[in-house]
Unconditional design. Structure first.
Length: 90
């Protein structure tokens, strides 16, 4: 059982690394969207779109049997982080 414990812990470490990479990639894409919208003269902030993205993520979580509230919290936090960065560079 100790060997299995170490295998599971190692897999968690690998997943944490993948999650961090995905969060970084998602945030970079959101920032790129903001830059493109600025170049096109469009408003960067779009609360309706943000809410739709969060609803979609929650629906995906529900379909997969994953905690919807946790999913909403994570997506909102990533959105807020990108927004803060956009406002700081704006």
């Amino acid at each position: 059982m100790k060997e299995r414990l170490e295998e599971v812990r190692q897999r968690i470490i690998e997943l944490d690394e993948a999650l961090v990479d995905l969060i970084g990639e998602r945030k970079a894409l959101v920032l790129e969207v903001g830059r493109i919208k600025t170049e096109l003269g469009l408003p960067v902030l779009d609360p309706a779109r943000e809410a739709a993205v969060v609803r979609r993520a929650a629906a995906l979580a529900r379909e997969k049997g994953i905690d919807e509230e946790l999913t909403r919290d994570v997506i909102w936090r990533i959105i807020a982080s990108a927004r803060e960065e956009q406002e700081g560079s704006g």
